[in-house]
Design a protein around this ligand. Sequence first.
Ligand SMILES: *[C@@H]1O[C@H](CO)[C@@H](O)[C@H](O)[C@H]1NC(C)=O
Ligand SMILES: *[C@@H]1O[C@H](CO)[C@@H](O)[C@H](O)[C@H]1NC(C)=O
Ligand SMILES: *[C@@H]1O[C@H](CO)[C@@H](O)[C@H](O)[C@H]1NC(C)=O
Ligand SMILES: *[C@@H]1O[C@H](CO)[C@@H](O)[C@H](O)[C@H]1NC(C)=O
Ligand SMILES: *[C@@H]1O[C@H](CO)[C@@H](O)[C@H](O)[C@H]1NC(C)=O
Ligand SMILES: *[C@@H]1O[C@H](CO)[C@@H](O)[C@H](O)[C@H]1NC(C)=O
Ligand SMILES: *[C@@H]1O[C@H](CO)[C@@H](O)[C@H](O)[C@H]1NC(C)=O
Ligand SMILES: *[C@@H]1O[C@H](CO)[C@@H](O)[C@H](O)[C@H]1NC(C)=O
Ligand SMILES: *[C@@H]1O[C@H](CO)[C@@H](O)[C@H](O)[C@H]1NC(C)=O
Ligand SMILES: *[C@@H]1O[C@H](CO)[C@@H](O)[C@H](O)[C@H]1NC(C)=O
Length: 829
Amino acid sequence: MAKPLSLIMLIVPSIFMVMLMQCSSCPAYQKQSLLQFKSSLLTTLFNSSYSPSDILILHLESWNSTSDCCKWDRVVCGLRSRDITALHLDFLFLMPLQDPIEVNARILDPVFRIRSLTLLDISDNSIQGGISGKGLANLTKLVDLNMAGNSFNGSIPAELFSLKFLQLLDLSRNSLEGGLRIEVGKLEDLRTLNLDENFLEGNIPVQIGNLTKLQQLSIRQNKFSGGIPDSILNLKRLEVIDLRNNQLVLQIPSEIGTLSYISTLALSKNSFTGAIPRSIFNLSKLETLRLDDNKLSGEIPTWLFEMWRIKNLGLGGNNMNWNNNARIVPKFRLSQLFLRSCKIAGEIPEWISTQKNINLLELSDNQLTGRFPIWLAEMEVESILLSDNMLNGSIPSHLFQSLSLSFLDLSRNNFSGKLPENIGDANQILFLMLSGNHFSGPIPKSIAKMRRLFLLDLSRNRFSGNTFPVFDPDDILTYVDLSSNELSGEIPVSFCKETKILALQENKFSGNLPRNLTHMNQLEQLYLHDNNITGKFPKFLSQISTLQVLTLRNNSLHGSLPSNSFSNKSCLRILDLSNNNLVGSIPSELGNLNGMTEVHFTPSLLTVFSTSSIELNDLFVNWKTENHLIVNWKKVIQDLSGHSFDIYSLLDLSKNKLSGDIPASLGNLKELKQLNISNNRIAGNIPQSFGDLESIETLDLSNNIISGVIPESFGKLTQLSVLDVSNNKLCGIIPRGRQMDTMNVLSYFANNSGLCGMQIGVTCSRDEPTPETREQDDTSGLDTWFLWAGIWIGFPLGFILSVFVIFVSGYFYLPPTPKYYSIQYRHRV
Ligand SMILES: *[C@@H]1O[C@H](CO)[C@@H](O)[C@H](O)[C@H]1NC(C)=O
Ligand SMILES: *[C@@H]1O[C@H](CO)[C@@H](O)[C@H](O)[C@H]1NC(C)=O
Ligand SMILES: *[C@@H]1O[C@H](CO)[C@@H](O)[C@H](O)[C@H]1NC(C)=O
Ligand SMILES: *[C@@H]1O[C@H](CO)[C@@H](O)[C@H](O)[C@H]1NC(C)=O
Ligand SMILES: *[C@@H]1O[C@H](CO)[C@@H](O)[C@H](O)[C@H]1NC(C)=O
Ligand SMILES: *[C@@H]1O[C@H](CO)[C@@H](O)[C@H](O)[C@H]1NC(C)=O
Ligand SMILES: *[C@@H]1O[C@H](CO)[C@@H](O)[C@H](O)[C@H]1NC(C)=O
Ligand SMILES: *[C@@H]1O[C@H](CO)[C@@H](O)[C@H](O)[C@H]1NC(C)=O
Ligand SMILES: *[C@@H]1O[C@H](CO)[C@@H](O)[C@H](O)[C@H]1NC(C)=O
Ligand SMILES: *[C@@H]1O[C@H](CO)[C@@H](O)[C@H](O)[C@H]1NC(C)=O
């Protein structure tokens, strides 16, 4: 399949040109070490599945054997000794958004020979494996160590805690767990480390307390568990503590207030309990306090509002009570406020209007009522997140005069009325999310003036009319959801080349599928079900080689399926054409659909944003995992959206007027999980090749005129959990097999021409046609009943499919102009 290699330019933040005029060169062994590092990196990258042109290697060109390594990019040498003192090896390469390249941690071995290093930054390089303790033990002079954004795993090696000059330690965004790793043979050197105390699995090692010069500690987004060790209170110089997104528990140490230099205390997304420690009030330098998404309880303390330096405050997603009656006169001037799920009732708290510098306001999932306040519309806030409340009325048009507004999420409230015609004046908007309200009237054309618009979600409202904004094809609108409205007319196609998801289902669209759909040549998901689309299934859709999901269920397509509309270049993995008026036979070319024959991952679907805040990333990720993929799955119309999107593969041709035989080629679709060709006029036999559908869970062949036997090969199907062959002309023995033996729903075999087998409790007579030559059970009816009962106990529920959730996270930088985007991504299983 063609790989969608979209926009992946990156702005590398910290590349330093060294401009020191020195005559002597760096030590030869250090140069050798770095050249060795470079060459093993290149080897890894070029041995990956990508062609070299797909990989961008950043700022290593100057590293060659003829030049002085002190003059290389990314390298800083000492002034006198000419030893290398700093290595800025962050973002060494970029690759397409498919399977990330894994770089083995051993690649760092040569770097560990450079003992003169005081700064080592190897962040964001997809390095995988354990952190080398012996290696770090060499770097005794380290002051700054940044290993963030890789896939380091296992525990932190004990040697790290002997780096006594360390001031900055950033291990965030890895897969590290707690405990201490001791490399054999090194115990001697570690006597000072007080090893007895700390083998509690998963905990942050108490030895952290030995890094007494530490000023910044970040272990965000790893797998640490247990409580915060008290030894952290030794780190008197700490300014930044970022432990977000781990599995930490217990109370926040009550003496945290003794770390008087702290300016950032970020503990969000853990499971801390208890109340907010009173001593936090003593942190007179505190600017960022993020406690959201924990299990903190008690009242939100009023003294917080006295802490005048706080700029960034997050308390949402806890069990804390909000004293709705408190008259708050805050002393702080916030720039960001996160109060999601705080049970705040009544109107949007008025004290927020005193926060003139606020740029992010999150009040989602409270019990807010009343209207959108005019004062808020006038405040020029960049991100306003008010979803899941009960706010009503219309949106003040003043809001859209804001030139700061970039994220607006008002989803799932009771807002109503028309959208203001001037909405497009807010041309800095990136995310416009208004789903689940009662907005009506046409979609204002001026929305197309939002040249930075990236995600537009107007679904689940009462928008009507047949006029749509016409976007510049070169704009960046990537995700569009207009579903569940009352929109009519032809399918709108005036979106952008970058558009990846287009959801138009559950409207009143009519007419043929427009050819101009192919202008969206990055389209991955196209949802058109439950409309009134007519005409034939078009050939041109196959030109969109990136298309993975196409739903046209419940429309009025007619004519036959053109055989040349399905090629092995397609990566369709969900194709739902059910409930139309299609005629003719099932094209055998469907068996070529590559997306259904091979495993494909689409990490880009879960790309995470990073703007000023990870909350906006979450907002986006949540959006992407919400209700789009609604299909008939295992007999029920259900929502398969979510992280597990990648694992579904479905072909639904049911409820049409298809005839002819089933093409044997369908057996190629080894990744297919559900095949539904029921309610057609399909004749002939079930192909033997169906036994090759090794992933199939649901097979619905019911309500056709299929004859012959169920092939013996069905015994091989290990994932099968629903098999419906009712209302056909099948006969003979139902084959046996691990899963076949559990197919015991009588109605799924009903109305055939003589099926028999233990599954349905019908004894086969000796002259029953057999699927193939095979040994006949000649047990009598009664005995077999007991035998079957035993099997049912053994396999009561069939086999439960394991669901692998793939998280992909990374960065999304917003450049000053709307054209170039940078995406970094990582895979995490
Ligand atoms: C090595 O890099 C320097 C710049 O750092 C460049 O001037 C020189 O031409 C390069 N030599 C070779 C052989 O590529
Ligand atoms: C430590 O540094 C020495 C001298 O540069 C080197 O020989 C040794 O291999 C390094 N150890 C590790 C584990 O890299
Ligand atoms: C770390 O990751 C590597 C590579 O995926 C794996 O082989 C190793 O077992 C992992 N180690 C731990 C402790 O999980
Ligand atoms: C490390 O910390 C322990 C107490 O946690 C202390 O006994 C030991 O002396 C410290 N070692 C160093 C090298 O500072
Ligand atoms: C705050 O600091 C003062 C003075 O250092 C001290 O007396 C008080 O106990 C501290 N409060 C808390 C709650 O730690
Ligand atoms: C389809 O695209 C062509 C240009 O290729 C354009 O002229 C035409 O207006 C488009 N039609 C619609 C309905 O957008
Ligand atoms: C088909 O779509 C229409 C809307 O176009 C909807 O009203 C109807 O309920 C849908 N039918 C089924 C069976 O889902
Ligand atoms: C795809 O189909 C074309 C023509 O039908 C064939 O030549 C080619 O080998 C096929 N490619 C794969 C990967 O199956
Ligand atoms: C197959 O499609 C029919 C008609 O669209 C539907 O009623 C049935 O539930 C589907 N079967 C499965 C297993 O989902
Ligand atoms: C079998 O056919 C009869 C008569 O057409 C029908 O009433 C019954 O519902 C069918 N059974 C099943 C399970 O479909």
